[in-house]
Ligand binder design. Structure first.
Ligand SMILES: *Cc1c(COP(=O)(O)O)cnc(C)c1O
Length: 353
């Protein structure tokens, strides 16, 4: 029996996608073999690969002067690969809005002169700080648009003028409409809102693809851009699953369609948290995430009791991140509205008891 999975990642996938993958697992079309067994140079795989790239371009309205790359090493690899590839003046600015942006900053610090342009650490990352001064000679400014652990998101994308804006969108990509042209580079691990684990998607403006650096070939964006992400063997089965997930997303009305669903879905949970005498949300109302909803009873023991009882009732992975504790429901695109409604009904029963 499938249960409601509120994991922050790897996370819930759409049921129709899993069913289609199951039906095609042993033999894909008339290929006589599974996608997992195919050469990455075969025609059948190439069609899947191309369709995945083109669907993502269509769904996010990615302008033609941007390349879409499928890279291994997850989002964490990008914490290093971005400063390596975008380094020119040797300076970059970071907005610290939680654990992940902090990690991006720390990793970059070993590669270039990384500077904190704004931080909300003093208020435990409860909201997005105002960005007041950007270094005029920064190679880029880095933000994390959705903060998976503390449950905040940029409700407005900052205008950085000529400085390229780089965004970690791991937990928010495809959940709401973004104007890609405002960014120099967007990256996201696939395992939150794109598909299964196994790679990161990088959307990069062509002028940022450096031509003359001394990096190992595999770490250069150019190697992967020139080879359409087939420089070496890519995670073929993950890419196949990503294609199925993107097809599913298209059937939901694309990103504008799912955004409406996500807003209504998150509202069910936030409205309850705002009215509950037992539970309360943690993030500031102005910057609440649509994807990750941290909350608490304010009492450690009670939080633990809730996780235990919820898990027994078929609501999995509601414990908060190990760094912050409390509770958290991740409600990515693939979490059905019924799942959130059922969770709220369960929370109401728990509260009345
Ligand atoms: C999960 C997550 C990461 C780390 O992703 P990996 O693919 O495991 O490296 C980075 N940034 C954000 C915002 C995340 O949610």
């Amino acid at each position: 029996m499938r249960i409601y999975n509120f994991s922050a990642g790897p996370a819930v996938l759409p049921l129709p996608v899993l069913e289609k993958a199951a039906a095609e697992l042993v033999e894909y079309g008339d290929a006589g073999m599974s996608v997992a067994e195919m050469s990455h140079r075969s025609k059948a795989y190439d069609d899947i690969h191309t369709a995945a790239v083109e669907l993502l371009r269509e769904l996010m309205n990615v302008p033609s002067n941007y390349k879409i790359l499928f890279l291994q090493g997850g989002a964490s690899m990008q914490f290093a690969q971005i400063p390596m590839n975008l380094k020119k003046n040797g300076k970059a600015d970071f907005v610290i809005t939680g654990e992940w942006s902090n990690r991006a900053y720390k990793e970059a610090s070993g590669i270039l002169d990384a500077r904190i342009a704004a931080s909300s650490e003093d208020i435990k990352f409860a909201r997005i700080p105002e960005i007041k001064d950007i270094s005029p000679d920064a190679d880029y400014l880095h933000i994390c648009t959705n903060n998976t652990i503390t449950g905040t998101r940029f409700t407005e994308i900052p205008d950085t003028g000529k400085i390229p804006l780089v965004a970690d969108m791991s937990s928010g990509i495809l959940s709401e409409v973004f104007d890609v042209s405002k960014f120099g580079l967007i990256y996201a691990g696939t395992q939150k809102n794109i598909g299964p684990a196994g790679m990161a998607v990088v959307i990069i403006r062509e002028d940022l693809i450096n031509n003359d650096n001394k990096l190992p070939v595999f770490l250069q964006y150019k190697s992967h851009a020139d080879a359409n992400s087939l420089y070496n063997t890519p995670p073929t089965y993950t890419i196949y699953m990503v294609k199925l997930c993107l097809e599913w997303l298209k059937s939901q009305g694309g990103v504008p369609g799912i955004q409406k669903i996500n807003e209504a879905k998150a509202k069910i949970l936030y409205d309850y948290l705002d009215s509950s005498a037992l539970f309360r949300g943690i993030a500031d109302k102005a910057h609440r995430s649509l994807m990750n909803v941290p909350f608490t009873t304010g009492d450690d023991e009670k939080d633990k009791q809730f996780v235990k009882e919820a898990s027994a009732a078929g609501f999995a992975n509601l414990g908060g991140h190990r760094l912050v504790g409390g509770l958290r429901a991740s409600i990515y695109n693939a979490m059905p509205t019924e799942g959130v409604q059922a969770l709220v009904d369960f929370m109401k029963k728990f509260e009345s008891r």
